[in-house]
Write a protein that binds this ligand. Structure first.
Ligand SMILES: [Zn+2]
Ligand SMILES: [Zn+2]
Length: 576
């Protein structure tokens, strides 16, 4: 047997794992009972961890509290001598020292200068927080090679984007998130190889699609749901290889275009009429209980070309992933991960990727190996409790050790944590760079300000809008038809129909709406994003019975919500 580098920890952990059998336990946070299953235990043995004390939802919430995919603020730049403000996803209330993009990624400062000596008498997380409080953090996280993307964050190889959160190799994207290899996109989520699209959710290989959901290989279609290889269709559900259909009714080509000509979706009134009709129509049709494409032995939803993935959502090309959600790509042998990929062996991680492996309880790192509790770092090995490092190894709290000394110290720290019961959970939510209500967690697991206060997590109160000196207009006073809109509307603060909050339009988006005959939006970008997530409300699966044959199935849709979930077999009979 290989000699252990952390003998005390391993001895104690082996004792714990030896007695660990599948069981139910009560979540320390929400008090709901959850299962520790045999497969969980297999993972725990691989990752060398004791069983989680939080249920899968609370674990996911804590991770997502670190990711902000929708809110930006004006924030002071804390570089000494700088008096400017920057546009940042880090809310003004956050106490962290944040540097502007250029300085943060420069050699003007050294994260090692902030290193702390380990204090064995002090709890690990207290010391980690001491480090977090004094070290600079990125006010702007944006991948390299992105051009003209000032109001956009994360992502790589992006060009001319505005209000974009995450993506790759794309151009001319506005108010969207998770956009890959796409161009000319507005108000969309999770697109792959799509061009000229508006309000699309999970579409692949599409061209000129508006209000398109869970569809692929479609061209010039508006209001489609789970369609494939369709062209010139309007208001259609579950169609395959069709042309010229309106609400699933087949028309001759000329007749289709004649009818289509009469429907002007550039008018808000007509648009609303069709929108209502469409969503009613979706509910009268069968819906696939879960969408698992070219996947084997998977449980979850929106799983593409994957194997052995369980309780996972929006994953593609993955293998052996458990509790993985939100754009997990090319990932192997991992559990409890969000927005990560191109790597293997992660446990309890958020926003990690690019050839990393053996990572635990970490956030926003890439090209890293064997790291735990590490944030915002690149190309590191054997780091524990570190922040903002580059090309580092054998570090604890950003302080360097000889390998032997490093293992000796982490053996002490981890053993103590294991004894105290603090080893094995993700970073505390108040370590997050962003306020809870600006995080993605708040979208999926909304919390009130009171609750946030009680939990000691940060909450950003509404900041006074820049629009206070502008003339304002209620959304329902906007011109009905996009053809009537004049560009001086950009100088007006529009009051969101549902949110009641002000927002402004920019010339570029009006150009897009005019070109594609889309009525002006009636609410803030944030509210529009929330609306998209209501449509996407399928990060959970329920026990249901197939609407057609009655067998018990796992379904992302509930009959009690008015849907007709079909098992895979029945759906295929009905649709293909
Ligand atoms: Zn819980
Ligand atoms: Zn069935």
């Amino acid at each position: 047997m290989k000699e252990s580098k952390t003998p005390n920890f391993d001895l104690l952990l082996d004792r714990i794992l030896k007695d660990l059998i599948p069981h139910e336990r009560v979540c320390l946070d929400c008090k709901i009972e959850f299962k520790i299953e045999k497969e969980d235990i297999d993972f725990l043995k691989m990752f060398r961890c004791s069983a989680p004390k939080l249920c899968p939802d609370c674990r996911q919430r804590n991770r997502l509290a670190f990711a902000n995919y929708s809110n930006i603020y004006k924030r002071k730049c804390n570089v000494p001598g700088h008096t400017d403000t920057m546009i940042s996803p880090v809310a003004p209330i956050m106490p962290w020292i944040t540097y502007d993009h250029e300085t943060y990624y420069s050699d003007l400062w050294d994260p090692i200068d902030y290193g702390l000596e380990v204090d064995n008498d002090k709890p690990f997380f207290d010391q980690y927080l001491d480090l977090l409080k004094k070290i600079p953090q990125p006010g702007v996280r944006r991948g390299s090679n992105s051009i003209n993307c000032d109001f956009s964050f994360y992502g790589k190889n992006m060009k001319d984007c505005y209000y974009l959160f995450g993506g790759r190799d794309s151009e001319d994207i506005m108010f969207s998130s998770s956009i890959y290899s796409s161009r000319h996109i507005v108000d969309s989520y999770f697109l792959r190889k799509v061009e000229n699209a508006y309000e699309n959710i999970i579409t692949i290989d599409c061209f000129k699609t508006k209000y398109a959901y869970f569809s692929s290989n479609c061209v010039e279609c508006d209001f489609i749901y789970d369609c494939r290889n369709c062209q010139n269709c309007l208001g259609c559900v579950n169609l395959r290889n069709k042309n010229y259909c309106i609400f699933n009714e087949q028309f001759e080509k000329e007749e289709y275009f004649k009818k289509r000509e009469e429907i002007d979706l550039g008018s808000r009134a007509t648009f609303d009429e069709y929108k209502n009709k469409f969503w009613k129509f979706v509910k009268t049709n069968p819906v696939r209980a879960t969408r698992l494409l070219k996947s084997e032995n998977c449980v979850g939803n929106e799983i593409i070309e994957s194997r052995d993935c369980t309780n996972s959502y929006q994953v593609s090309n993955c293998e052996n992933v458990r509790y993985g959600a939100f754009a997990i790509m090319n990932q192997k042998d991992s559990m409890d991960i969000g927005h990560s990929g191109s790597s293997g062996r992660f446990y309890n991680c958020q926003n990690i990727g690019t050839n990393s492996s053996d990572i635990k309880f970490s956030f926003a790192i890439k090209e890293c190996l064997d790291c735990e509790y590490t944030m915002s770092s690149t190309n590191c090995r054997n780091c524990f409790g570190c922040v903002a490092l580059k090309n580092a190894s054998y570090m604890i709290f950003n302080k360097k050790y000889e390998p032997n000394e490093y293992y000796k110290r982490i053996d002490q720290i981890k053993t103590k944590m294991l004894e105290e019961g603090t080893y094995g959970e993700f970073l505390p939510m108040n370590f997050s760079p962003c306020a809870y209500n600006s995080s993605f967690a708040h979208v999926i697991y909304p919390m009130t300000e009171d609750e946030a206060q009680k939990r000691g997590v940060f909450w950003q109160k509404d900041v006074e809008a820049d629009t206070k000196n502008l003339k304002s207009l209620n959304a329902n006073e906007l011109p009905d038809n996009i053809s009537e809109v004049e560009y001086n509307i950009c100088d007006v603060a529009i009051i969101g129909e549902y949110s009641g909050k002000p927002f402004r339009l920019i010339k570029r988006e009006i150009d897009f709406y005019k070109q594609n005959k889309i009525p002006l939006p009636v609410d803030t970008p944030y509210q529009r994003m929330l609306d998209r997530f209501t449509i996407l409300n399928n990060f959970k699966i329920f026990e249901e019975t197939c609407y057609s044959c009655g067998i018990v199935i796992k379904s992302a849709y509930k009959k009690s919500d008015g849907y007709k979930p079909y098992c895979g077999k029945c759906y295929q009979q009905e649709v293909y």
